[in-house]
Design a binder for this molecule. Structure first.
Ligand code: FES
Ligand code: FES
Length: 176
């Protein structure tokens, strides 16, 4: 029997009926029609499906949609502000932190969460923070450059504003 869920996706509250077994990644792609979140494996290993749930990086293939009931979810589509890319998106663009791009949404979301918690990570901390994400094109050197570049950019106004936006989305959902 389907279950009602109220999930705030990228700042917009939705109410939907879903099967209790529906994974969050399928909810985002098939119900919310946000296909920027990718599915790269069936084993919760690749990180292509990473989104922010209540501000934390979560592999959306590893949780059910009903577990996000009442919670805010941010996908890759929710990072930019209008036509202004989020500093992490801009850094991946500038540093060519991608090849085929399949893993990129997951890496960007994981990086956004990493830098929100640690604005100036060491290389070891970046590797540790992104260890749940795999790039089958093996473009890790440029991904590292992109994360360093994003960290530098987010020391300025643009990054602070974008992080604040994500925080306000969370606040709107959790009420604190
Ligand atoms: Fe979720 Fe690979 S699709 S970890
Ligand atoms: Fe191709 Fe990472 S850029 S999988």
């Amino acid at each position: 029997m389907k279950q009602s869920v109220a999930i705030t996706v990228n700042g917009t509250q939705r109410e939907d009926l879903v099967e209790p077994r529906m994974l969050l990644v399928h909810y985002l792609r098939e119900v919310a029609e946000l296909t920027g979140t990718h599915i790269g494996c069936d084993t919760s290993q690749c990180g292509a499906c990473t989104v922010l749930v209540d501000g934390k990086a979560v592999k959306s293939c590893s949780v059910f949609a009903v577990q996000a009931d009442g919670i805010g979810v941010t996908t890759i589509e929710g990072l930019a502000e209008g036509t202004s890319l989020h500093p992490v998106q801009q850094a991946f663009w500038d540093e060519h932190g991608l090849q085929c791009g399949f893993c990129t949404p997951g890496f960007i979301m994981a990086t956004a969460a990493l830098l929100a918690g640690n604005p100036s990570p060491t290389d070891d901390e970046i590797r540790k923070g992104l260890e749940g994400n795999l790039c089958r094109c093996t473009g890790y050197a440029n991904i590292m450059r992109a994360v360093r570049s994003a960290a530098n950019a987010m020391q300025g106004t643009g990054g602070v504003r974008s992080t604040a936006t994500l925080a306000s989305q969370r606040t709107a959902v959790v009420g604190g």
